[in-house]
Design a protein around this ligand. Structure first.
Ligand code: MRU
Length: 360
């Protein structure tokens, strides 16, 4: 497989018969790292399935994918009557909403698309065109936001040593966003600024996003990368091998509690025990000011098969029960700073510094 310079997991492709007839290309993340392939999506139902089955995954990326899904669903609506169109668009929104419950970016993007439709005057055709433009804008904005997060993160990383050994969990990279990444965006910026000695990547059981996706992205950019199993992180910290931890988030409550991939909470606890700074990198759209604390964040539970089976191999004997929560919540008290496109804030500063920006 040749190296890929720029990774964009969600791409809009115009059709020769006009841009409104285009399609979405998704990097099939279930096939990486062994195969780099795209899946073509032309219908809202297929986009919903792609989100649910994690062909596209990662909080900002599923937000972008859902925005295009809203357009694809809008395109399928046949009526030319505005009120009827808006009612049917609600059904499209619901198809996408029920895919994955934890990442707030999904709901944020769907709401933004609905609001655009409601506020746009003109014919139904014009509304559809505006929805496509809005989805493209959400895509472009997220890419810029990630680059900004990368820059902001660079300024809060420890000043010493000159070259850092960072640890990340799951994949909060280009694949999980419109491109560049949030947590991995910070790592990428450190690498480009010659401040990265090595990135340690938790494999991230059960779906192995660290081993499969983050490691793949690091290889594309020639970053020095070491994959460890999740259970090795404490040992590495105790041995002085890690200078800071950077992870992404799927939803951050108003008090700074942050939901991210299952296992993140354990990493935060052991980082605290070893006095290692623990950073959460996420766009403003990941903060859910409507909920006070992390106990109210819905946690997705996925198929038990993800726990008892790797590939074709069944790991456990018959007769066992399984529990497969896909996310956990790291309490704000364990987070050194939340790095957003507007700068780095302590969890306590989130509400006072960022609320106005989000609603504005
Ligand atoms: O289940 P996934 O792979 O969608 O979970 C992804 C994560 O937990 C990421 O860390 C999070 O979405 C942030 S992505 C920038």
């Amino acid at each position: 497989m040749s190296l890929i310079n720029q990774v964009y997991p969600v791409i809009w492709q115009n059709d020769s018969s006009g841009s409104l007839h285009g399609r979405v290309l998704l990097i099939d993340q279930t096939r990486l790292p062994n195969e780099f392939a795209f899946v073509e999506i032309s219908r809202c139902d297929d986009m919903a399935r792609a989100i649910k089955t994690m062909i596209v995954r990662g909080a900002p990326a599923i937000g972008v994918a859902a925005a295009y899904g809203m357009y694809l669903g809008a395109r399928e609506i046949e009526t030319t009557e505005r009120d009827r169109f808006l009612t049917e668009l609600e059904t499209v929104a619901e198809t996408l909403r029920v895919t994955r419950p934890t990442a707030v970016n999904l709901f944020w993007a769907i709401e933004r698309m609905l609001k655009t439709a409601r506020q746009t005057l003109g014919s139904v055709d014009y509304l559809k065109e505006t929805l496509l433009q809005t989805a493209k804008q959400i895509n472009a904005d997220d890419l810029q936001t990630c680059r900004d997060i990368g820059e902001q993160g660079l300024s809060v990383l420890p000043k010493a040593p000159a070259k850092l050994r960072l640890l990340t969990h799951c994949n909060a990279g280009a694949l999980a966003t419109a491109g560049y990444g949030t947590a991995l965006g910070v790592v990428r910026s450190a690498w480009r600024a010659n401040r990265l000695e090595r990135i340690y990547v938790d494999e991230t059981r059960p779906r192995l996003q660290g081993a499969k996706l983050t490691a793949w992205e690091c290889v594309q950019e020639a970053m020095p990368v070491t994959v460890i199993t999740d259970s090795m992180a404490a040992h590495c910290m105790k041995r002085g091998m890690i200078d800071a931890v950077v992870v992404g988030a799927d939803r951050i409550a108003a008090n700074g509690d942050a939901a991210n991939k299952i296992g993140t909470y354990s990493v935060a606890l052991i980082a605290k025990a070893h006095n290692i700074p623990f950073f959460v990198a996420a766009p403003l759209s990941t903060i859910d000011f409507t909920i006070a604390d992390g106990s109210q964040i819905p946690i997705e539970e996925r198929d038990p098969e993800e726990v008892y089976q790797i590939g074709d191999t069944i790991l456990c004997p018959p007769g066992v029960e399984y529990y497969n929560p896909a996310f956990d919540v790291t309490p704000a008290s364990l987070i050194s700073a939340i790095v957003t496109e507007y700068g780095a804030f302590t969890p306590a500063q989130i509400q006072s510094e960022l609320y106005a920006k989000q609603i504005g």
